[in-house]
Design a protein around this ligand. Structure first.
Ligand SMILES: Nc1ncnc2c1ncn2[C@@H]1O[C@H](COP(=O)(O)OP(=O)(O)OP(=O)(O)O)[C@@H](O)[C@H]1O
Ligand SMILES: [Mg+2]
Length: 98
């Protein structure tokens, strides 16, 4: 599913966004924080996180995602993070492994 667009703006979720903002502020202050967004399929989990991250400080956030179909892919999430943080070194790793 697609996240809310400019034509279809993100609405509501004030409490949830405040909880994410609180977690983000704690993380920025140096604490290790895990925010778990859970709910039924299609309830708006991805849209909530995307809307929140769109308003978060740029450059401070890298993201990765996983899908059930990718569970056999080794190091999938870590490699997404490495590519985002260190594009050149991640390419070198991929070349030397592959
Ligand atoms: N607060 C919101 N404001 C506007 N649109 C929303 C909002 N929450 C969800 N949507 C829209 O509802 C649809 C489903 O949302 P989304 O894909 O985020 O759900 P999900 O919980 O991540 O689904 P899944 O469980 O399949 O991953 C999307 O089109 C999204 O843009
Ligand atoms: Mg989703």
């Amino acid at each position: 599913m697609q996240a809310a667009s400019a034509q279809d703006p993100f609405v509501g979720r004030v409490t949830e966004r405040a909880a994410l903002a609180e977690g983000f502020a704690s993380a920025c202050a140096g604490s290790a924080v895990v925010c778990c967004v859970e709910g039924p399929a299609g309830i708006g989990k991805t849209a909530l996180v995307r809307a929140f991250l769109a308003g978060a400080a740029s450059g401070a956030v890298v993201s990765a995602s996983g899908d059930e179909a990718e569970t056999t892919l080794p190091w999938g999430v870590l490699s997404q993070l490495a590519r985002a943080l260190w594009p050149a070194s991640a390419r070198r790793c991929a070349n030397s492994v592959g």
